[in-house]
Design a protein around this ligand. Structure first.
Ligand code: DLL
Length: 432
């Protein structure tokens, strides 16, 4: 089943022509409306009218997350405020957050692309979709919601959390498709078992999971425990949100919506393209975004493109599931977290030494974070009350900065391992 077969099965030659035209118009848009790009193009003596082939893309500069932060909040928007109808933002409070905007037309394209991902995974308008992604500044909830409505399915906007209620709704409303992070799907699966509910008595048949890394092993576990077909879908707020790529019913790689996004895979060190089919960092250029076009955005996500055609008939290239990242970004409980955010909070708290360690574990499919913090007053350890107050204070500050709860443990000065080179701040014990 296709959402738009005339696009999804386009001949490569026609697709490349479309991409080139859309690239040219995107370049004109950013050059005319975004001072950041205009300045960069001028420095590199790039004349957008000279773009004659897609290979010319390689002459353009990369854009990185820091560029978004430097232009916080609206500096990279390519339309006046009055044309913006939606704003989303990814993790971090001011300074570290990235803000993205959408015009009405962007929202239409976004819904279409998410509807395409849903259709690819086998969802139709006869389905009842339970959306257990957070609704809010995160693009997951609203992105999937609008796509599912566009498709004409029955949408249950339950949002994330409250697993007991998720299950109750799933039973009563006869949910057929579940949308959430893969780790939350496993939490729901375990809760079903605990409550003695046989998933085969539910109406559930398909799952659309994304927003965090997972593995084939996790897919099998979800399939087994829930009796569904779990599919992977990928996206990132900087280039749109969910809807960038998704698996078809073959469950063997994610088709990239190449009519809206131009993909490159580069070697993160040399920044040169890797040979076809090899692993590298995914770089995305948007082709139709009006409010927030992105030129050669370095996603930091590692993957490889699958050169072989897919038996489903779609001609859009597939990418293998995300295999890792080239930076230190962590995805904890579906939320993007950078160790530097934790460091920033600790530096602001008097009495802590600049030594800390972040330990991440997965306990019963739940991510658990413990931050070990060295305190420079060993006296402290005789004063339980002060210690507790300090722990609570750090916890509150960290939760508000990160948007997730963490455990905090104070340790005496010089207890944490020192290293001569790069200190090992993060110990990620999760096995996906
Ligand atoms: O996570 C958008 C999204 C929402 C995608 C719902 C799919 C479903 P951000 O919060 O900006 O946007 O986080 C983007 O999450 O660069 C990847 O590192 C990671 N990520 C997203 N999808 C996958 C996936 C949304 N299927 C960052 N597998 C990306 C692995 C994923 N990692």
């Amino acid at each position: 089943m296709y959402w738009e077969p005339e696009k999804e099965c386009m001949a490569r030659k026609d697709l490349e022509q479309l991409q080139l035209e859309r690239l040219q118009s995107t370049l004109n848009r950013v050059e005319n409306h975004v001072p950041f790009y205009r300045k960069k193009f001028a420095e590199l003596k790039i004349n957008c009218d000279d773009f004659k082939s897609l290979d010319d893309l390689r002459r353009l500069p990369f854009t990185v997350k820091q560029d978004l932060r430097d232009n916080y909040p609206y500096g990279l928007f390519a339309v006046p405020q009055r044309e913006i109808v939606r704003i989303h933002s990814s993790s971090g409070t001011t300074g570290l957050a990235t803000v993205v905007g959408y015009t009405r037309n962007d929202l239409k394209n976004w819904s279409d692309l998410v509807a395409r991902v849903l259709t690819g995974a086998g969802v139709t308008k006869d389905d009842v979709i339970q959306i257990a992604f957070g609704y809010g500044l995160f693009t997951g909830g609203f992105g999937l919601h609008y796509g599912a409505e566009r498709l004409g399915a029955s949408v249950i906007p339950i949002s994330a959390g409250n697993t007991k209620r998720q299950i109750q709704i799933m039973q009563d409303f006869k949910t057929t498709a579940l949308v959430c992070t893969p780790s939350y799907a496993l939490i729901i699966a375990d809760a079903l078992m605990e409550q003695g509910i046989d998933p085969r008595d539910l109406s559930l048949r398909v799952g659309l999971f994304g927003a965090e890394p997972w593995s084939e092993a996790m897919r099998h576990e979800i399939n087994e425990k829930m009796g569904i077909r779990a599919t992977d879908n990928y996206g990132l707020s900087e280039v749109m949100g969910p809807g960038v790529a998704g698996e078809c019913e073959q469950c063997n790689g994610l088709h990239i919506s190449e009519d809206h996004f131009l993909l490159e895979v580069i070697d993160p060190d040399t920044l040169e393209p890797v040979p076809p089919g090899e692993v590298g960092e995914l770089v995305v250029t948007t082709l139709t975004k009006e409010a927030f076009p992105m030129i050669r955005y370095r996603t930091r996500d590692l993957t490889r493109l699958i050169p072989e055609p897919c038996p489903c008939g779609r001609t859009f290239t597939r990418m293998q599931r995300i295999m890792g990242r080239t930076d230190d970004m962590l995805i904890i409980k579906g939320v993007n977290v950078f160790p530097i955010q934790i460091e920033k909070v600790l530096f602001e708290i008097e009495g802590t030494a600049p030594h800390y360690q972040i330990i991440i574990e997965r306990v019963n499919h739940n991510d658990r974070v413990t931050v070990l913090v060295e305190v420079n007053e060993s006296l402290f350890f005789d004063q339980m009350k002060m210690q507790r107050q300090m722990v609570d204070h750090i916890k509150a500050k960290l939760s508000s900065e990160l948007g997730i709860g963490v455990n905090v443990k104070l340790v005496e000065e010089k207890t944490l391992e020192r290293s001569e080179g790069k200190s090992k701040r993060v110990i990620d014990k999760r096995k996906l």
